[in-house]
Every structure is written in C-alpha cells, then in structure tokens.
Design a protein around this ligand. Structure first.
Ligand code: ACO
Length: 427
C-alpha cells in the first residue's frame, strides 16, 4: 500500500477520495471512481500531446531535462560515448547490463551475420523512383521485411523476438545504404562482415572500385559516437508510436515502420534536415540578427533548438559539438558550422530564448557532421533511424513483457454533433 496519498474533494457531490501517489504520479484509472451518479462514466484526464502523462514504467533511459542528464540503464551517455562502442551500448540498452568480453564477441558476431538482405528486397528497392526520398524508401522497406519473416508475428515468444531484434539491428544499415546508392544511381554494395558496424556502413555507402574498402578510422569512430547518442531517448514521439503499434501485437517490422514514419516529421528526427536548410538560407553570419528577429516575430522557428524535455543544454549536443571538431579536422571546416556556432552564441544571449529555456538539441550539430561526411540532407533522418532502431526494439520488448500493458487506446472528449436524424429519402 502506498504511503503517500492525494485527497480529492468533488465539489459536485461533496464526496472525498483518497488516491495513492506512487513515484510522483496518480493512476488516471483511479479517477474513474469519481462519479456524480451511477450512470456517470467517471472522471477522466484530458492531456492532448500527453504533456503530463506517464504512459509506462520503463527501466531503460533516464532523462533529467532540467539538469541536462541522459543515462542508458544508469550509465551517463558521456561515459558511454567515451568508453564503449555502439554495439555494446545496443546490448546494454536491450539487456540491461554491459556485455562481458564473451557476450560482446557473440553479440557482434550475431549482428554482423545478419547484415545481408534477401535479394528480393533489393529488387523491391530498385522499383523506387531515382529521386525517391530515402526515408520513404527506408520506412517502406522495413515494413516489407515483415513479409519475409512471417514468424515475427509470434511476439510473445522470447526467442523469436530476439531473432527479429538481431535481424533489424543488422539490416537497417544495409537498407539505409541502399537508399543512398539508389538516389545516386550507383550499384548497391553488399555488407563486408570483416568491418565494424559503422565501418561496414561506410563501406556500403561509399565503396567504389576498390576491392576492399578501408573506412577512415576517425569517421568510423565519429559515426559510432553519433549512433550511441541517438540510440534511445525514452518516450519520444517515435518510441511512443512503436509502443502504440506494438501494443496491438503487430510484428516488430510493421511497428518499426510506423515508428520510423513518426521520426520522419520535421518536429522530431526530420529537424536536422531543417537545420541544414535553415543554415544554408541564412548563408552568412551577418544575416543572423535579422533571422533571429524573424523567429522572435513568430515567422518561423530556430530549428535544432528547444525540446519537450530538456530545459537545459541537451547533453548530446555538447558531445556532438566535440565530434564535429574531430570530423572537421579530417574533412576540412564546413562554413555552416561557423554560422551555427554564431547562431547558438547569439540565441543563448537573447532574452526570448533564455526565458523559454530554448537550447540547442541533438539535431543542431548532427546535420553539419553528416554533410561533412558527404551525405545529402535527405539522408539525415535515416541516419537517426539506424541507431534508434535499438531504442525502439528495447522499448517494444519492454512493453510486450510488461504485464500492465494492454492495447493502447486513449479516450476522447467528444465535441461533435449530438445525435440527429438523417431525413428519409423520398421514393
Ligand atoms: N524556435 C523559436 N521558438 C521556439 C522554438 C524554436 N525552435 N521552440 C519552442 N519555441 C517557443 C514556442 O513558440 C513557445 O513560445 P510561446 O510560449 O511564446 O508560445 C515556447 O517556445 C514553448 O514551445 P512549445 O512549442 O510549447 O514547446 P514544445 O515542447 O511543444 O515543443 C519542440 C518542443 C517541438 C522540439 C519545439 O521546441 C520545436 O519545434 N523545436 C524546433 C524543431 C526541433 O529542433 N525539433 C527536434 C527536437 S529533438 C528531437 O526530436 C530529436
């Protein structure tokens, strides 16, 4: 029995109710008992955009938005970015602990040996128009995978789930790279299982005539860090979509296609694409004050700024800024980085942004790095989807195994027409 309570008095009836408080929350279903009469449905909460609703208990990712803290399974993301690699972090997020050496070797082997996709997937992707948006191709192809693995429907079978989890984590870089090659009119490059997760991804993206592609170690590492930073972010829009779709027991490929679709939007994972467009439009540091003024006048947003949860510097943005320096040492400095740095400096001194607690988020700098690596802006949301696959799957698995979870089905306040009669048709 909970120690803390909330006592509510319903002024309509004069009745009082004592609701338990657990972990700073009251259960919305506890409000249902609050009725004016026996025919009353009971009190509900109204929370558009789920601004103040915990939809689940989760043990995966912790965020303190005010302090700018992000932890996976208790480990600060800064330490993970410095002392581990993406596949180890994927293991941690999925299984709760860092892998030991033996587990790490087996896990890496398993992921590496599922990187190939069926040749029919290739044919399917070749059917897209030459200029199809990579994210549209990515979403469709992930959904199509469900037709190749019909057994994935058995979502209550733990071994079966794990098989699909490994397949998805292994195959998303292959699909992502194929979308890029498709846009370029280049032949698709098969995975090279001698390379690391990110090294192989670079191989599938950029290999040309060489017999063996050698990834640049600095870029391989930078990408690995970026993937770690994007691996999970608790109940964000796309993860919520993954859980909601998965709650109907849809297979993980179908659920993940929905999650990726949610990520595509410019207010979520599509924001890094918008940041690049914005920086290109600003074009020169001298145009920044005028641009900021337009944002303050409500004529657009400063893309890559602001976050529903972080009301402080996004910790990921801080690490990404460092990665940017490493990448630019390799690729040469990107002009847009200077505009971004100046934009950040001016915005962080401006009362409009200070009072609203608007700070750079993960998308503010990631796009500039991707561009320096030779990626077009249309690939940016795909670059987000690859590592987020891990978070989506871990959250999906947690939802499936949570005895409290049921099919997601919110209520509504109906504000439409009351019942009325449709006139009878004349004979
Ligand atoms: N530029 C200018 N003003 C902003 C911005 C911004 N980027 N973000 C928020 N504001 C303003 C709002 O206009 C609002 O002002 P008001 O109080 O005068 O009306 C105030 O700050 C609060 O903003 P909300 O929109 O209520 O914040 P919310 O939590 O709903 O939105 C969001 C968060 C969607 C991320 C928003 O900040 C935004 O649109 N940012 C730009 C897009 C972006 O970078 N998205 C990526 C997020 S990170 C991720 O998904 C990986």
């Amino acid at each position: 029995m909970s120690e803390e309570h909330l006592t509510i008095t319903d002024d309509r009836t004069g009745k009082s109710y004592k609701l338990p408080i657990e972990e700073g929350t009251v259960r919305a279903m506890d409000l249902r008992q609050i009725k004016t009469n026996e025919h009353d449905f009971g009190l509900m909460t109204y929370d558009p955009a789920l601004m103040n609703t915990a939809s689940t208990k989760s043990a995966i990712t912790f965020i303190d938005g005010d302090k700018g803290i992000l932890e996976y399974r208790g480990f600060p993301v800064e330490q993970l970015a410095e002392r581990s690699n993406f596949l180890e972090v994927a293991y941690l997020i999925l299984f709760g602990e860092m892998p030991n050496e033996e587990q790490s070797t087996a896990w890496t082997y398993d992921i590496t040996h599922h990187t190939f996709v069926h040749e029919n997937i290739k044919t399917l992707m070749q059917a897209f128009r030459y200029d199809a948006h990579p994210m549209g191709m990515f979403i469709s192809t992930v959904a199509a995978l469900s037709t190749f693995y019909p057994e994935a429907k058995q979502v209550s079978d733990a071994d079966n789930r794990l098989a699909q989890i490994k397949r998805l984590i292994a195959k998303v870089p292959t699909i992502a790279a194929y979308t890029f090659r498709h846009n370029r009119g280049l032949r698709y490059v098969y995975p090279d299982n001698d390379l690391s997760y990110t090294g192989n991804f670079l191989n599938m993206m950029f290999k040309m005539t060489e017999t063996k592609y050698k990834p640049n170690p600095a870029l391989e590492h930078a990408l690995d860090v970026l993937f770690i930073l994007h691996a999970d972010h608790e109940q964000n829009c796309s993860t919520n979509a993954m859980r909601a779709i998965g709650s109907s027991c849809a297979d993980p490929y179908s659920a993940m296609a929905g999650a990726a679709a949610a990520l595509y939007g410019p207010l979520h994972g599509g924001a890094n694409e918008e940041v690049l467009k914005m920086l290109s439009r600003i074009d020169d540091k001298r145009n920044i004050p005028e641009f900021i003024q337009r944002v303050k006048n409500g004529e657009g947003k400063l893309m890559g700024f602001g976050h529903r949860v972080y009301k402080n510097y996004d910790p990921r943005a801080r690490i990404i800024k460092r990665v940017a320096d490493e990448v630019f040492e390799m690729t040469g400095r990107n002009r847009l980085l200077d505009i971004a740095l100046e934009l950040e400096r001016i915005a962080l001194e401006d009362e409009y942004f200070i009072s609203r607690k608007l700070y750079p988020n993960v998308d503010f700098y990631s796009g500039i790095i991707y561009q320096a690596m030779g990626l077009p802006v249309t690939m940016f949301p795909v670059m987000f989807a690859i590592p987020r696959t891990v978070g989506w799957l871990a959250q999906w698995q947690e939802m499936i195994t949570d005895p409290e979870q049921k099919i997601t089905r919110p209520r509504q306040i109906f504000v439409g027409q009351p019942r009325r009669e449709l006139p009878k048709k004349k004979d």
